[in-house]
Ligand binder design. Structure first.
Ligand code: CAO
Length: 243
């Protein structure tokens, strides 16, 4: 690819040149590698989290008693794990030679976390086998470990899928970069009350904007349609996770 030209920024004003940290360099390398290697498509949808939020708020006292911070994230982990089981085309990796697909019979999900050292993606293991409280506890603990700069390489390996949530910060949507060797990533933006047509009236509903980027070498649009429709349906009605 064409090289970037070197520019003398001092010609335009005062500047400071700061070397990138090791983690910034690793992130830059991985992003660039993934951007160049993966023909990615991003599909968008909104999930209705009105009932999920009512359920979550109803669990607040219990969460406090348990000493756990219960955000929408563990619900999303649970819903994504169910979608990865329902649509296993998403739970694969492409071998380095591009000749085979590795189909996985485990469901580990990474969480993109903003830390003082930069972007880290710790992985929660066997998400499909864990309940909400355990997922909330593990997410709280691994995010703290990431922010304390204490993650080990093993904490960041073995992911099948990543959730990148910028929901607490805002924005309508963004197109996340697939975190190879995974083949898909979910970008979560800020939930907002919106008027939704119920066939008779506009009803105020709490809508969560989601963006699903996937590697089009492993996943086709129809696979994504099935995965995303299922994912949005279980987020909208978490009772479906029992089915
Ligand atoms: N919409 C509205 N509010 C949301 C929300 C959403 N989608 N997601 C979270 N919130 C709320 C939470 O409920 C919480 O509020 P309450 O305390 O009232 O419940 C508040 O925002 C703060 O949440 P949080 O950020 O502490 O926790 P989280 O579980 O949502 O997220 C983590 C954890 C690690 C994903 C997040 O802190 C983070 O680091 N995100 C950045 C990820 C990132 O950098 N991605 C980009 C990667 S590619 O460049």
């Amino acid at each position: 690819i064409p090289a970037m030209p070197e520019i003398d920024f001092t010609k335009f004003g005062e500047v400071e040149v700061v070397p990138m940290t090791k983690i910034q360099k690793i992130t830059a390398f991985n992003m660039h590698r993934n951007w160049l290697n993966i023909p990615a498509v991003t599909q968008f949808d909104d999930a209705d989290i009105t009932e999920l939020e009512a359920f979550r708020k109803g669990l607040k006292a219990e969460a406090e008693k348990r000493g756990v911070k219960l955000t929408p994230l563990p619900f999303l982990l649970k819903a994504c794990a169910a979608a990865l089981r329902a649509e296993p085309t998403f739970n694969v990796s492409i071998t380095a030679d591009g000749e085979s697909l590795v189909k996985k019979d485990y469901v580990n999900i990474g969480i993109a976390a903003d830390t003082p050292n930069g972007l880290m993606v710790p992985v929660i293991r066997d998400v499909d086998k864990k309940g909400l409280w355990q997922l909330a506890e593990e997410a709280n603990a691994i995010i703290k470990k990431a922010r304390d700069g204490k993650l080990t390489p093993a904490d960041m390996q073995g992911g099948c899928f990543t959730i990148s949530s910028l929901g607490a910060m805002g924005g309508n949507g963004f197109t996340p970069i697939v975190n190879a060797p995974e083949v898909a990533i979910l970008g979560v933006s800020k939930a907002q009350m919106k008027p939704i047509w119920n066939g008779k009236d506009f009803e105020p509903r709490n809508m969560l904007p989601l963006a699903l980027s996937y590697d089009h070498r492993a996943i086709n649009g129809a696979d994504c349609g099935r995965f995303f429709t299922y994912l949005v349906s279980v987020i909208a009605d978490v009772r479906r996770l029992l089915l």
